[in-house]
Ligand binder design. Sequence first.
Ligand code: PGA
Length: 254
Amino acid sequence: MRLQIAAANWKMNATLEEAKSLLSKLAEFDSSTLPNHHKVIVSVPFPYLMLAKEYLGKKHGFMVAAQNCYNQPKGAFTGEVSALMLSSINVDAVLIGHSERREYFSESNEMLAQKVNIALENELTPVFCCGEPLSIREANTQNEYVAKQLKESLYHLSPEQLMQVVIAYEPIWAIGTGRTASDEQAQEMHAFIRAELAKQYGQELANEISILYGGSVKGSNSIGLFSQPDVDGGLVGGASLNADEFIQIIQSLS
Ligand code: PGA
């Protein structure tokens, strides 16, 4: 049964005090009744990773993620953080290729392929983000655009490696804009992504890959989105900064 995942992405938000307050509220949430195929990933800024592990590390169904890692193993890369460092502090997962990284830090599909590799080498679950900007959606070429992102960053992986990857489809026009993709738009793209994976790796493997939707997911729209057959949960930005709302989103996993 493929995993259904609620993933928080705090982005560059929260002071230490705010981080402690959010983490302690999440720690109080009784996750013992979450079924084994429901998972929660909490992606926090680097300075709070060890703290997040302290609060959530032993919590049933919870994983802690970084929001990025570098594409080289170690060395003279001032300011960067390696996948090995993350695994050495028992981080579970890492976001790779969020659209904000692609846009503001010029991360190319090729560089993201390297980041996926290095994450896997260090036993981190890569949450690989893809998705089109508004201009591409308006030109109705989103399928080709996303297919290229998948091909250039993932298709060098072996089937065993791909099995370790979580995909997050995040249309850029829906991120932080309050303009969510409709349930139907999300389902349509998720089914397309799964069909593309099936062409490359076979249907059986494609059926096992979790594909999360991201872009203005809220407590009020998560049930509709998550009930779509190919939507396996969400990557949640703004709404994950409110513990009560994020818990509501966790509870709407199907
Ligand atoms: P949002 O962000 O939920 O604030 O739209 C989602 C994301 O960028 O991961």
